[in-house]
Design a protein around this ligand. Sequence first.
Ligand code: ADP
Ligand code: MG
Length: 694
Amino acid sequence: MSGRPERLFPLFASLETLPGVGPKSARLMANLAIATPKDLLLTLPEKGIDRAPVDSVLDATLPATVTVPVTILRHMRPPSNRQPHRIEVEDARTTFQIVYFRGHPKQLEDLLPTGERRTVSGKVELYDGLAQMPHPDYVLREGERLPPYEPVYPLTQGLTNKVMARAVEGALARLPDLPEWIDPALLSERDWPSFAEALRMAHHPAATKDLSPTALARQRLAYDELFAHQLTLALARASDRKRKGRVSEGDGRLRKRVADALPFAPTAAQIRSVDEIAADMAAPRRMNRLLQGDVGSGKTLVALMALLVAVEAGGQGVMMAPTEILARQHAEGLRPLAEAAGVVLELLTGRDKGRERQAKLDALARGDIQILVGTHAVFQRDVAFADLRLAVIDEQHRFGVRQRMLLGEKNAAVDVLVMTATPIPRSLALTQYGDMDLSVLDEKPPGRTPVTTSAVPVGRMDDVIARLRGAIAEGRQAYWVCPLVEESEVMDVTSAEERFRSLRAALGEGRVGLVHGQMAPAEKDAAMARFVSGETSVLVATTVIEVGVNVPNASIMVIERADTFGLAQLHQLRGRVGRGAAASTCLLLYKPPLGKTAEARLRILRETEDGFRISEEDLALRGAGDVIGTAQSGLPRFCIADLERQSALMETASRDARALLSADPALTTRRGEAARLLLWLTEQDRALRLLSVG
Ligand code: ADP
Ligand code: MG
């Protein structure tokens, strides 16, 4: 990595080079993740205090911070220093007291001399009906003035706002003039200030509105952050695209056989996605594509078609699912179609052991198995393919970004297709998957009947069970999802087992099945199989059925304690029904009283089945990190940008970053050079490394 540009040195110097910052303050700032003047500049005030002077404390609604000119009337020295020192003062309309609980009387008399005028600023409160200002923040002589609005920084124990503000001023003073990295057209369209000007404005707010994410200075700085992040992803994507891949060109022969065997016509979105994937696979670079589609949008068929491209080209494909149940279900669902095309499809999971496993591995290495479906077991070290051309990863969010990268490193030339079932708001998709190409299944197969969703208080459990009994009698099937009692699955299991027993008692011994994560694998399969075949009518489950499970005849979903689930999860669960022709129902059992967020979630769910809308609402309710779910989601932390409120900026940044790189791939033009400075400022090491490898 070539070195940091010299003009940025002052911003990366030690904090102690700033006025008023010693080793102790520097240590405290480190607690706030501030290590350099640059970090300090990017730490914006989080609120502000109005210090505009008023004539009298009577003008303020107390308690409030008030700045007011006063005449000092008299000092009331306390009889003992255990009592406060009081100073009576007079403003334009009334008298009030300034109070010190500590401090030398002599010093206080010097600070506020009797008979003179001073402007005091501090919190004024009513104490026994008397206005008093304990320990003013500022005491100014005549002619001295405070900025009318004081920025307040994030602080930590021992670090005062005055120290922060002074250090920020010092850092601003050494801010060099930097060339502009934002597209000039965008800059003028948005009326954004320059980077340096934006920092100065953001640190000198004149009113509360200047702290809002919509303030121009803050928008610009947020954009810088997002743009730097998107540049990194775009660089990663560009360098990925340069990586040699295999040309896998199919002749469509196998795909046609499968299409002919299907009882339905693929949707336009499915056809478009398969075309996009096939074009990528036919290109001489490695595919890195995300297929995003709501529950029930038919991702599996797209995956199969992609796998068939690999086979048509003379190679093999592998599809990895996050759970045993899903892998098994994919294999069973796809096998008849594969057979119709004359393709050998096999299942490999952690349960394959010994001779049988070895036989599968041998067949795979010979190329006798053309499509392998399985859990992460398919990527164990001793699993060797004759000619692997495509890896499909289903339900990506269960794996996380890290595994995706690992996979990429292990199989450098293999095309990768990742499928996510949870629609992600576009801003987050760009954040997490900005280095990938995107195909979207934005259309559901026809003939689905909408799911009727209602929220029912747990008190009406008996009614629910009675309705269930009626529905079963008509041949319908139901899932019954048990609540997440605790973080631990063991607790869920206890509640699931209890519910299983009570439903069996209510609906009949043979009619109710149970699956949960603690069951032995074979037991789990058997329970699933009994439900699929219709032998059992009700399947009691923990959230193991959340992802992907497909039993078209199941038309009722009961979710117990729906108020404890997240919105995306509820949407996923509900997506398990409404897959067949029968009208489907989703009952959200909740325990009143509902909190505000829980109520909003249940309401949104009743209003819409559109996963993309739900994900946007979820983002608004929960915040970015939570939507993706796990700590290792790979979501970057932004210090200024607010993903929830500035998602449109992310899209602009993504487009702009890609445009800049396609015009200037090595960032060598003037704007490119400026963008490099931004990458340094935002410490986008990955991008800088990619650039230096060039
Ligand atoms: P998901 O995107 O949630 O993984 P699936 O691939 O499991 O969805 O598909 C859900 C159901 O829709 C399956 O039963 C599948 O056979 C069916 N399906 C897929 N594509 C179509 C289509 N074009 N027309 C009708 N049904 C379809
Ligand atoms: Mg699926």
